[in-house]
Ligand binder design. Structure first.
Ligand SMILES: Cc1cc2nc3c(=O)[nH]c(=O)nc-3n(C[C@H](O)[C@H](O)[C@H](O)COP(=O)(O)O)c2cc1C
Length: 436
């Protein structure tokens, strides 16, 4: 099987280039160039992968139990979690999510101190991944102001000037760290990767999220410019490569995710602990997260943060037609289709007659050339026009957990509250010392 690096398969990025060219030029020439690029890339040798060594040490982010007195000391008088009888007991322990490095306690720190909150200088380990067409200043600034980290998506902007203006707009809306998503894809026409990196450095963007192919070429210029790099991958083995290349953090997306799950069809629940065992850099869990329970689960699996896309689409600050957002509220977890795997370019998108047809065409054996005219440039049909039936819109299974369209702040605050409740449930379920 052809190896890919990261979540953003070559094919989809070529498709994106096609969408872009079609929208700008509207000629068959685009199709020819994209198809040629795809053929070229398919002929390239696979990216070598290494078998990850298994760690025997206690997994990072493990839940530790601390004496009630110690818990109360760190949380402030009277804030200790009461037992089921409503009283705090010295005998009972309280669950605490420990940072990866095993630091047990630092006076006055809260639950949400992880290696990612420290690395990215954010309040909560909650990240909004880059989203083509949607990762814009309003959303990114809202996430930053609410204590998380969001990414302006470079490939959304037709010109470098527009991208720079969008970053400055976000800067005007927040004084908190912001990020830039850089897709490292082979495309029909060269993408201005170097310029995107230069803009990230010049505009002092705090973090770059890369995806698609090896980030090898951008690690050094970003680090020299003082920008942190989180690479996004769709497999534990790729996390190891990201670490070897010098990335500061790695995000791993499981099969549930909106956008590009890997070819391996491995779920987040399996992928995250495998990635955590494979690398020493912080791991960000992605794919299927939508609330505070998921956040606590991710931390329990050893991740240092969660990253979401689908859930953030259903927020007031995210660009999108009211009809599309209503669909996000009404759709169930089964309302996505995993398409284009047969073409080596898997996508999880909204289920509708169009994507059902794509699946049917794949079942009888289709080609990218046959599919492109059908799906090219159609994500905005859903985002802009609210035409859910005819759009080719990335969407994850977590859509089943979306029941409203809050502000970003309301969403993040609610996640924090839910996480506290989940922590308390864990503390009640697992005593300080389990009797054997
Ligand atoms: C509408 C949409 C567009 C996306 N576009 C991009 C993109 O341009 N680049 C990228 O790296 N990831 C992209 N993603 C993936 C997200 O950043 C994130 O990895 C994914 O949504 C996480 O899974 P979830 O949808 O289950 O939360 C996109 C996701 C969605 C839903």
């Amino acid at each position: 099987m052809r190896a890919t690096f990261g979540t953003e398969g070559w094919g989809f990025e070529s498709l994106r280039a096609y969408h872009f060219l079609e929208s700008r030029r509207g000629s068959n020439w685009s199709l020819f160039v994209v198809a040629s690029a795809i053929v070229l890339v398919r002929c390239l040798p696979p990216v070598p992968t290494e078998a990850p060594p298994r760690q025997t040490a206690t997994p990072p982010g493990s839940i530790a139990f601390v004496p009630r007195q110690a818990w109360n000391r760190t949380q402030g008088a009277g804030l200790g979690r009461p037992g089921p009888n409503g009283r705090c007991s010295r005998e009972r322990g309280a669950a605490r999510i420990l940072p990866h490095n095993g630091e047990r306690f630092r006076e006055g720190t809260g639950m949400f101190e992880t290696r990612i909150t420290k690395l990215f200088n954010i309040k909560y380990p909650i990240i909004c991944g880059g989203m083509m067409w949607l990762g814009r200043a309003e959303l990114v600034a809202a996430v930053a102001n609410a204590g998380g980290l969001g990414f302006i998506t470079a490939s959304t902007f037709p010109t470098l000037g527009e991208l720079r203006a969008e970053i400055r707009k976000a800067r005007d809306l927040t004084d908190k760290p912001i990020g830039l998503n850089i897709n490292l894809f082979p495309a029909a026409r060269p993408q201005p990767i170097e310029e995107w990196v230069r803009i990230a450095v010049e505009e002092k963007v705090e973090v770059v999220e890369s995806s698609g192919r090896s980030p090898e070429k951008i690690v050094e210029p970003l680090h020299e410019g003082g920008v942190k790099l989180m690479h996004k991958v769709a497999g534990a083995r790729f996390a190891r490569t990201a670490e070897r290349l010098g990335c500061d953090a790695v995000a791993v997306v499981g099969f549930e995710c909106g956008g590009h799950p890997g070819l391996d069809t491995v779920t987040t629940l399996v992928m995250v602990p495998l990635a955590v065992d494979a690398v020493k850099i912080p791991v960000v869990a992605a794919g299927g997260f939508a609330d505070g329970r998921g956040l606590v689960a991710a931390l329990a699996l050893g991740a240092d943060a969660v990253l979401m896309g689908t859930r953030f689409m259903a927020t007031k600050e995210c660009r999108g037609h009211a009809g599309w957002k209503q669909h996000l509220v009404e759709a169930g977890e089964g309302d996505t289709n995993y398409v284009m795997r047969t073409l080596g370019n898997p996508n999880r998108v909204a289920k509708n007659p169009l994507t059902d047809k794509v699946l049917a065409m794949e079942a009888r054996g289709t080609t990218i050339e046959e599919l492109l005219p059908l799906i090219g440039g159609r994500s905005n049909v859903a985002f802009d026009d609210g035409n859910v039936e005819e759009g080719f819109a990335p969407l994850g299974q977590s859509v089943g957990m979306i029941h409203d369209v809050p502000t970003v702040k309301e969403l993040i605050d609610r996640m924090v509250e839910d996480a506290e409740a989940a922590r308390d449930r864990i503390a009640r379920a697992i005593p300080e010392k389990v009797a054997r």
